[in-house]
Design a protein around this ligand. Structure first.
Ligand code: XUL
Ligand code: CO
Length: 438
């Protein structure tokens, strides 16, 4: 078998003092942090579309990336070579999971039948490679946004034939995900949204989206697919307004259509930024509502208004993300999927290694800092103290449902002048810095 990355051997943990850019400085898979190894906490996953299939193309220019498995003319041969390259990459990177869209694996055919045949051939290769290497599928999904047929949406298309076609693709993607032992299945709402309300029946589109998801739930039950269903929120791009705007709107949609018991969310850092939230806000909102399922680990650029899908290197952000994930009791069966790509100018195969190492180390370091922070209780104790008025006296009565406006009014009328304590934001920010730089 061809060695697609001959310049790289397996990436090893060398410790924080190492200056080797092809080594982990923080990610040490076997190291135990709290109750689990780093590998168990972080559950890293490679995104097949960015790492294996994408090539750096953007709005202004063609592919730049050198990809040794793309050297041949026949697209099916490229797809075969790509599968081998994917597993070599995951082995060398010590990444245990991967995720894919159906057509990341193999090119679309002229007909739906041919598309399925192409995908099936590559799925058989991948199944063998999984058995040989022990690599696992974190989640599968169907790409219902790239082809022109999806220009007005998939499940929310004004054309019922597109809805039917999309159902066929999700049906097959679910079957494949089950066959490969996928632990989750993701619905990112591709072009499920609108450009203008002048031509849009929003009510019908939302009803149809819910119909589609109910059908998916029913079919998964029928075939015995046990994986977790996830919706990935995003506020805009490609459409001006995406229906799955953010976690809060997704939860409202799920509850409105009686879908909330079947779905959790897959939170992407860059999508949070686009929604005007921090990554931590989205994780927190999902966590406290019991729907934090999985994470697309990347970062955006706050100066740019689009989905740049950069590798996560901001340790402050990964720390606060891991803080939420630890409080969630982890992500399993979800994980940290690098929905991220090296910049278009980082076009050599070795840049795939540098970028994944950067992301893995940033999350490993974030895990360790977040763990220490939680162990100390410094933040949690401060918060408990700040809300202390809710555990005794009138606060407790409100929480216990013992009082209404009448009793509260009587209480307020005879109460002493109110004295508030400081929120101490800067002191707390400095505590975080102390943990980060310790
Ligand atoms: C798009 C995006 C997708 C989903 C899977 O912004 O994040 O790649 O993660 O469809
Ligand atoms: Co994503």
């Amino acid at each position: 078998m061809k060695d697609f990355f001959p310049e790289v051997t397996k990436i090893q943990y060398e410790g924080a003092q190492s200056k080797n850019p092809l080594a982990f400085r923080y990610y040490n898979p076997e190291e135990v942090v709290g109750d689990k190894t780093m590998e168990e906490h972080l559950r890293f996953s490679m995104a097949y579309w960015h790492t294996m299939t994408g090539g750096g193309q953007d709005m202004f220019g063609v592919n730049t990336a050198i990809r040794p498995w793309g050297d041949v003319k026949d697209p099916m041969e490229v797809a075969r070579m790509r599968a081998y390259a994917a597993f070599e990459f995951m082995e060398k990177m010590q990444i245990p999971y991967f995720c894919f869209h159906d057509i990341d694996l193999a090119p679309e055919g002229e007909t739906l039948q041919e598309t399925f045949r192409n995908i099936d051939e590559i799925v058989a290769i991948i199944k063998d490679l999984m058995a040989q290497t022990g690599k696992k599928l974190l989640w599968g999904t169907a790409n219902l946004f790239g082809h022109p047929r999806f220009m007005h949406g998939a499940a929310t298309s004004p054309n019922a034939d597109v809805f039917a076609y999309s159902a066929a693709r999700v049906k097959r993607a679910l079957e494949i995900t089950k066959e490969l032992g996928g632990e989750n299945y993701v619905f990112w709402g591709g072009r499920e949204g609108y450009e203008t309300l002048l031509n849009t029946d929003m009510k019908l589109e939302l009803d149809n989206l819910a119909r589609f998801l109910h059908m998916a739930v029913e079919y998964a039950q029928e075939i015995g697919f046990k994986g977790q269903f996830l919706i990935e929120p995003k506020p805009k791009e490609p459409t001006k307004h995406q229906y799955d705007f953010d976690t809060q709107s997704v939860l409202a949609f799920l509850k409105a259509y009686d879908l909330d018991k079947y779905f959790k969310v897959n939170i992407e850092a860059n999508h949070a930024t686009l929604a005007g939230h921090t990554f931590q806000h989205e994780l927190r909102y999902a966590r406290i509502n019991g729907i934090l399922g999985s994470v697309d680990a990347n970062q955006g650029d706050e100066l740019l208004g689009w989905d740049t899908d950069q590798f996560p290197t901001n340790v402050y952000v990964t720390t606060m993300a891991m803080y939420e994930i630890l409080l969630n009791g982890g992500l399993a069966p979800g994980g940290l999927n690098f929905d991220a790509k090296p910049r278009r100018g980082s076009h050599e195969p070795i840049d795939l290694f540098y970028s994944h190492i950067a992301g893995m180390d940033a999350f490993a370091r974030g895990l360790k800092v977040a763990h220490r922070l939680l162990e100390s209780g410094e933040l949690e104790n401060f918060i408990a103290e700040r809300y202390q008025s809710w555990t005794t006296g009138i606060g407790k009565k409100i929480v216990d449902g013992e009082v209404g406006f009448k009793e509260l009014s009587e209480y307020a009328l005879q109460n002493k002048p109110i004295v508030l304590s400081s929120g101490r934001q800067e002191m707390l920010e400095n505590i975080i810095n102390r943990y980060l730089f310790e």
